[in-house]
Design a protein around this ligand. Structure first.
Ligand code: CAA
Length: 240
């Protein structure tokens, strides 16, 4: 039986590339999205992958969303926590809302989604969770105290849950992508982005598929001995 994979933020950028790659590898894939219904419609029309809307920052919405997915498609074997936002600002200008939104989506979303699938994974004694962190959670980044804190938090969360899941064949890993050619990165001011790319040893942005390859590897049944790891895929930008 094909394994079932749920990808949050799965209709654009790294999430969409991941959803398609998992689907092409034989997984039954469901893409979650929130607030970008037009993009979700186009994604579904182009790929046939079902897209379901809820806000990962909302705990009850996650519980209900996962329940509905499991009723329709069967138990979630693979969870990819990819949904994330930025609200870039230097700290002296950052509002409490900019802080909270990023923490609630990028870090809170990991808790809300993992909490919603973990009991089933424990009962079935199988699970693969990949949390998408960021190079900036490892290195820090000017203008991103909120995002760097959330993405560093994702790595600690990943390690702790990896320890809890180990005895039940649930692996939990993080990927720390570098600057990747997605809408999020294209929103960075042009001059700033040029300077950032200059600092990437391979001299270019990553492609979403280059991150998705890492997810595909980590969620494989045969990757059972890899847990609590953080896989950097960043063109050499930061060697942690
Ligand atoms: N390091 C040191 N100093 C910097 C700097 C840097 N990286 N960037 C800017 N500065 C300096 C500027 O030179 C300027 O100096 P002066 O005051 O002496 O003139 C000062 O800081 C103010 O800079 P800005 O004019 O840029 O400040 P701003 O308030 O207009 O903008 C900002 C701040 C919104 C954070 C803007 O700098 C920015 O967008 N930076 C990019 C942040 C970034 O990389 N985001 C990544 C988004 S993609 C992502 O996050 C995906 C992923 O996982 C990788």
């Amino acid at each position: 039986m094909a394994r079932t994979a749920l990808v949050t933020g799965g209709v654009s950028g790294i999430g969409a590339a991941t959803a398609k790659m998992l689907r092409d590898a034989g997984y039954t894939v469901i893409a979650n999205f929130f607030g970008n219904a037009d993009e979700a419609d186009s994604f579904h029309a182009a790929t046939g992958i079902p897209a379901r809307e809820w806000n990962v920052a909302d705990y009850e919405a996650c519980r209900k969303g996962v329940e509905a997915v499991e009723r329709e498609f069967g138990p979630v074997d693979v969870l990819v926590n990819n949904a994330g936002i930025t609200r870039d600002s230097t700290l002296h200008k950052m509002t409490p809302e900019q802080w909270r939104e990023v923490i609630d989506v990028d870090l809170g979303g990991c808790f809300n989604m993992c909490r919603s699938v973990i009991e089933g994974m424990r009962e079935r004694r199988f699970g693969r969770i990949v949390n998408i962190s960021s190079v900036n959670g490892l290195s820090g980044q000017f203008g991103q105290t909120n995002y760097a804190a959330a993405k560093a938090g994702v790595i600690g969360f990943t390690k702790a849950l990896a320890l809890e899941g180990a005895s039940r064949n649930i692996t939990v890993n993080a990927i720390a992508p570098g600057y990747t050619d997605t809408g999020m990165v294209q929103a960075v001011p042009e001059k700033t982005l040029e300077a950032i790319v200059t600092g990437v040893p391979v001299g270019r942005l990553g492609e979403p598929d280059e991150i998705a390859r890492g997810v595909l590897f980590l969620v494989d049944d045969k990757s059972a001995f890899i847990t609590g790891a953080t896989l950097s895929i960043n063109g050499g930008k930061y060697l942690a």
